[in-house]
Write a protein that binds this ligand. Structure first.
Ligand SMILES: [Fe+2]
Ligand SMILES: [Fe+2]
Length: 273
């Protein structure tokens, strides 16, 4: 069965945990996975040195397997362009220079197609929220972005697992109780309408995996924890390995075990496709 590793929120900078990164890098060198997907927040403060570290990690991933990445809110220099005033290109300059010129890449690999949506726009009129502390943090998706992802997934070869990747959490966090997107629950319907089988997202720093059903359709949501030291609720850092065949999708959580000094099998979930 093909495998895809879903990582997120590495946060190079103070929250980064070198042992966690090294454990993942070891697996990348072993070419453990067929596809690597990283759903944003590569840096903590958008600093050049943090991007440089993130680039080395992404380069290793790209040498290991087809890799798809998107920016998170921490990777966007939002202060350059608040409310559309200022040079918008500066917001993504660091990310584009060090990580990827494409903010919404589409990846076709054997058995899987990944379409992505950039949910990290800084503070714009369409991202405004009633929670002041969320102003530069919350995610937003324009209708054209949902439609574009749906178009990309509709061009997936028949039988391919269709994956949609976002930075912000599609489901409210179990601990935080917070939605990642301004659309809140409506985001679930919009994601479903893209025709995806699986959603990959992060941002909330807590793992939540479940299958969502709407009108006879269903999709698996892999909301993955951080591998930095900022895991919510003091829970161990973790990431997800996805595998699939024509009948089902399995998500295995790899969780940090301090005694073992490595990520080890924790929970797993299997869902009918
Ligand atoms: Fe994060
Ligand atoms: Fe984030």
């Amino acid at each position: 069965m093909p495998t895809l590793v879903h990582l997120s929120d590495i946060h190079f900078g103070p929250p980064q945990v070198p042992a966690h990164v090294a454990a993942v890098e070891r697996r990348l060198r072993e070419k453990r996975w067929d596809v690597v997907a990283i759903s944003g927040d590569f840096t903590q403060r958008n600093f050049r040195g943090q991007f440089r570290q993130a680039k080395a990690f992404v380069d290793l991933a790209r040498a290991s397997a087809p890799t798809v990445v998107i920016p998170g809110n921490h990777d966007v220099a939002w202060w350059w362009c608040v409310g559309g005033l200022g040079p918008r290109a500066m917001m993504y300059r660091g990310y584009r220079k060090w990580i990827s010129a494409d903010l919404e890449p589409v990846l076709h690999a054997p058995g899987v197609t990944v379409a992505s949506i950039n949910t990290s726009h800084g503070i714009q009129w369409h991202t405004l929220t009633s929670r002041p502390r969320d102003l530069s943090v919350v995610g937003a998706v324009r209708p054209a972005q949902w439609a574009g992802a749906g178009h990309s997934l509709s061009s997936a070869p028949p039988g391919n697992l269709r994956v949609l990747m976002l930075h912000h959490n599609l489901l409210a966090g179990n601990l935080s109780r917070r939605w990642g997107l301004t659309a809140r629950a409506a985001g679930i319907d919009a994601a479903m309408a893209t025709g995806c089988d699986v959603v990959l997202c992060g941002h909330d720093h807590e793992a939540r995996v479940e299958q969502v059903e709407r009108d006879g359709r269903r999709m698996v949501v892999s909301q993955v924890n951080t591998i930095s030291n900022r895991a919510r609720g003091g829970l161990p850092a973790s990431f997800h390995e996805l595998s699939w065949d024509a009948a089902q999708v399995t998500v295995r959580q790899q969780q940090w075990d301090a005694a073992a000094g490595d990520f080890v099998d924790a929970r797993s979930w299997s869902f009918a496709r």
